[in-house]
Design a protein around this ligand. Structure first.
Ligand SMILES: [Zn+2]
Length: 431
């Protein structure tokens, strides 16, 4: 994952040049944290100090000790708050504004230009940052080509405020297996993905997407979900095993990781056979698939918020899927499957639901508040291969830090009311 880390270092350098000229020392900030949840420890700690130099954290410890080495650092007093690492959502669509049914999805691809959609994406990036999310894995643009890479570039250059973005560009599905589909063969309609066929086509598509800036590759492992009489959630598999393995192999060869949309047991099994790094949604997770998830160290990104949002409008199978997934989640938690927070923001409108709702669902589904926080901070950073850059509050990491007024270990909904957001040592939001 050297390539990713290297990319981050390069992309943040323009800010370094502005804030850290050779003659002037990097600005120092001392944060007084009333209560600190650092993203790794199992307990919160009271009265802590965080010393920041430039974009990174220099020291963390008991306040008196850190204060003694802070010199003339500017003081940010969060002594009445709980301080946490910046939140991370590993499943978003910045270029999408809700996808409850095709009535919501199709018009965005048919009647909105990609520049217009990119403007909304920049708005979404700001909203997300203000809600405390300092990093996103954005898992495809839904027909907006490589515009996620442009939004990322604008954020990294400081043109617009937003989280650190890990972009997947167009995603992949075979011909005819992803909307927009129409019986009118005279129309050439826009596709929500890059149509990809054959082993050579798969390798070419990965190379094209990486050459246009993809940090991750996303593909759709399945479609057409159904329950069988024995209560298994099954699906039709999209790619042949040879095609899926070619996608994964080429992606890994180019130093990137793969996320697979897989809802039914058949799709999850196919994605695991191909060797993906994360299963997205995974509603049909079975006990035997959990065993493979653990053995292959694959992350499960359950996107609970979106299924509650689409369950009503879509009707049919989508409603019973909610309870089915909840039961699977509880078994996976007991088994020790690595569950990493992802919401599918964009599948629901960014302006209507705060992504941090996902933490609340995880606690309802049986995680402790601390487990939920780790799944949306340190575990998410590990999935991104970025644990040495962010995801916890520790010396050497970027100063990606948020604060809430109350105690999220008592009331996890506190994370939906973030009062302070810092990314890379810069304060973006303070209430
Ligand atoms: Zn999604």
């Amino acid at each position: 994952m050297h390539r990713l880390r290297f990319a981050v270092a390069i992309l943040v350098s323009p800010t370094c040049l502005v804030s850290q000229t050779p003659s002037a020392p990097a600005p120092r900030i001392l944060i007084k944290a009333g209560r600190l949840i650092d993203g790794r420890a199992d307990q919160a700690q009271a009265n802590m100090g965080i010393l920041i130099e430039g974009q990174r954290i220099r020291a963390v410890g008991p306040l008196a000790q850190i204060q003694a080495q802070a010199g003339g650092a500017r003081v940010l007093d969060l002594s009445q708050m709980t301080v946490l690492p910046g939140l991370i959502d590993t499943h978003t669509h910045l270029l999408l504004q809700g996808d409850s049914t095709s009535d919501a999805y199709d018009p965005q691809l048919l009647y909105q230009s990609i520049p217009y959609r990119a403007i909304l994406a920049a708005r979404n990036a700001r909203l997300s940052l203000e809600h405390g999310f300092t990093a996103l894995r954005d898992v495809e643009t839904e027909g907006a080509m490589y515009a996620d890479v442009d939004v990322k570039r604008a954020v990294n250059r400081g043109e617009v405020p937003g989280p650190r973005i890990f972009a997947s560009t167009r995603a992949m599905a075979p011909t005819g297996m992803y909307p927009i589909l129409s019986p009118n063969w005279e129309l050439e309609l826009p596709h929500g993905v890059q149509p990809v066929d054959g082993v050579d086509g798969a390798r070419l598509a990965v190379r094209q997407q990486v050459s246009h800036g993809a940090d991750w590759i996303k593909y759709y492992a399945d479609r057409r979900y159904y329950f069988t009489a024995d209560s298994t959630l099954r699906s039709w598999v999209n790619f042949t095993d040879d095609e899926a393995k070619a996608i994964v192999d080429e992606t890994h060869r180019l130093g990137r990781r793969v996320a697979a949309h897989a809802i039914g047991a058949d799709g999850i099994a196919a994605a695991l056979r191909a060797g993906v790094n994360s299963i997205e949604h995974g509603d049909g997770m079975t006990d035997s698939l959990m065993t493979v998830m653990i053995r292959q160290n694959v992350a499960w990104v359950p996107t609970v918020t979106v299924i509650h949002y689409v369950g009503g409008p879509r009707g049919g199978i989508w409603k019973p899927m909610i309870a089915y997934q909840r039961a699977a989640f509880q078994r996976a938690l007991k088994r020790g499957v690595r569950i990493v927070l992802g919401t599918d923001a964009g599948g629901f409108p960014w302006t209507e639901i705060n992504q941090a709702k996902e933490f609340e669902y995880y606690v309802q589904y049986g995680m402790s508040p601390m487990q939920a926080i780790k799944s949306g901070t340190s575990l998410a950073a590990e999935l991104l291969g970025q644990q040495d850059n962010f995801g916890s509050i520790a010396p050497g990491l970027f100063a990606d830090i948020v604060a809430v007024a109350g105690d999220p270990l008592q009331d996890i909904t506190e994370l939906q009311r973030v009062k302070f957001v810092m990314k890379g040592g810069t304060v973006y939001f303070s209430q």
